[in-house]
Design a protein. Structure first.
Length: 338
C-alpha cells in the first residue's frame, strides 16, 4: 500500500496529538519534525524516530516529504503553509487557518498555483451530535433555521499564557481564534455565511496577561436571514463550564452542549428524533484545562482518503477562510466599539 510521508512543523502541545495520529493512521508515516526550539524538535523526533530539523527551510529541502502538518503558532500558519506549498508539499493546517483574511487568500492562491491540497483542521465537525444535527438540517428535518445561540464559557488562567506566544496579538490573534474558532466554524457549517456582525468585547481578568479581549458578546445576521448571538469568555471561574449551540428551526429546536459540544442536551423535532448517538472521543486534555473534542484521528483518515483514494475532503481551504472572515468581522466591530 502507498504511504503518505508526513512532516510536522512546530513541536508544541498539539504536535504530540498529530504525531500519535499519524502513527496510528493506516497509509501515513511521520518522517520528519521541525522546531526552532531544538529541545522540542529533538524530543518529538526521537520519540517517533523521525528526522529532526531546526528550520522549515531545511526541512522543505527533503524531497521524500509528501505533506506538512502545520502546528506552529497561529500567526505563523500562513507563512509556514505558503513555504510548504511552494516547495511542492500538500499542507494540513491547524486551526485557525490564519489570523487575517488577506493571509488566507494568499494561502489559497499559493495552493492553487502549486496544484497542491490545503487541508484545514475543523475537528468539531466530527462530534457525534454535530454530525447528527448537520444531517437533520441537510435533510430538512429542522425546516428553515431562523436563529441560533452559541455560548462559549471556558477558563484560561494566567499559567496558560505564561512564557508562551499565546496571548499576543501577532502570534495568537485573539480569543476567538485560539479558543473558539471551531465553534464559529460550526455556525458557518450548520447555519451559513454571515452577512453582518455587531459586537462588544473587553479584557476583564487578563490585563497585562493578554493583548486582547477575554470576553465578548456578538449579534450576527446571516445571508439566509437567520439571526444569532455569540456569548464567549475565558473567565469561567475555576474551569471550563460549557460550549453550547442552540438552533431554532421552524420544525424543531436542538441544543448541543457539554463542555465542548459533545452532548445532545435537548431536542424537540416534528415527527423525528435523533437517537443512538455514538459516544464521541474525549476532549483534548492539557493538564489544567481541556480543549475541544479530540477528533484528529478522523481528520487524518480523511487526508489519507483524499490523497491516496480520491476521497471527498471534509474541510477545504475556502471553509477555513470563511471562519477567519467571520472572526475578522467580529473583531473589526470590537475594535470600533472599544
Amino acid at each position: 500500500m502507498e504511504v503518505l510521508k508526513f512532516a510536522i512543523v512546530g513541536c508544541g502541545r498539539i504536535a504530540q496529538r498529530h504525531a500519535k495520529h499519524i502513527k496510528n493512521t493506516q497509509g501515513s508515516e511521520l518522517v520528519a519534525v521541525c522546531d526552532i526550539v531544538s529541545e522540542k524538535a529533538d524530543k518529538l523526533g526521537t520519540e517517533y524516530n523521525a528526522r529532526i530539523f531546526y528550520t522549515i527551510e531545511t526541512l522543505l529541502e527533503d524531497k521524500t516529504i509528501d505533506i506538512v502538518s502545520i502546528c506552529s503558532p497561529n500567526g505563523l500558519h500562513a507563512e509556514h503553509s505558503i513555504l510548504s506549498l511552494k516547495a511542492g508539499k500538500h499542507v494540513l493546517c491547524e486551526k485557525p487557518m490564519a489570523i487575517s483574511v488577506y493571509d488566507c487568500g494568499e494561502m489559497i492562491k499559493t495552493a492553487e498555483k502549486a496544484n497542491k491540497r490545503l487541508f484545514v483542521i475543523k475537528q468539531n465537525r466530527y462530534n457525534p451530535p454535530v454530525n447528527a444535527i448537520k444531517n437533520a438540517i441537510d435533510t430538512g428535518k429542522l425546516g428553515k433555521i431562523n436563529s441560533v445561540q452559541l455560548s462559549c464559557f471556558w477558563n484560561r488562567n494566567e499559567d496558560y499564557y505564561k512564557n508562551s506566544w499565546k496571548g499576543t496579538k501577532d502570534l495568537d490573534g485573539g480569543t476567538l481564534y485560539t479558543q473558539f474558532s471551531h465553534f464559529v466554524d460550526l455556525l458557518y457549517y450548520l447555519v451559513g455565511d454571515v452577512k453582518e456582525a455587531k459586537a462588544f468585547g473587553g479584557n476583564y481578568c487578563h490585563e497585562g496577561i493578554t493583548e486582547f479581549e477575554d470576553t465578548g458578546v456578538v449579534i450576527l445576521k446571516f445571508h439566509n436571514n437567520a439571526i444569532g448571538t455569540i456569548n464567549y469568555t475565558v473567565n469561567s471561574y475555576g474551569g471550563n463550564m460549557e460550549g453550547s449551540l442552540t438552533l431554532f428551526g421552524d420544525k424543531g429546536t436542538v441544543k448541543i452542549g457539554g463542555q465542548y459540544l459533545n452532548e445532545l442536551e435537548y431536542q424537540k423535532i416534528e415527527n423525528f428524533s435523533i437517537d443512538n448517538l455514538p459516544v464521541g472521543n474525549t476532549a483534548n486534555n492539557y493538564g489544567q484545562y481541556q480543549g475541544s473534542m479530540s477528533n484528529h484521528d478522523m481528520v487524518y483518515e480523511n487526508v489519507v482518503d483524499v490523497l491516496l483514494n480520491g476521497g471527498q475532503i471534509t474541510t477545504n481551504m475556502f471553509e477555513g477562510l470563511k471562519t477567519v472572515e467571520i472572526i475578522d468581522k467580529i473583531y473589526n466591530e470590537i475594535e470600533k466599539n472599544g
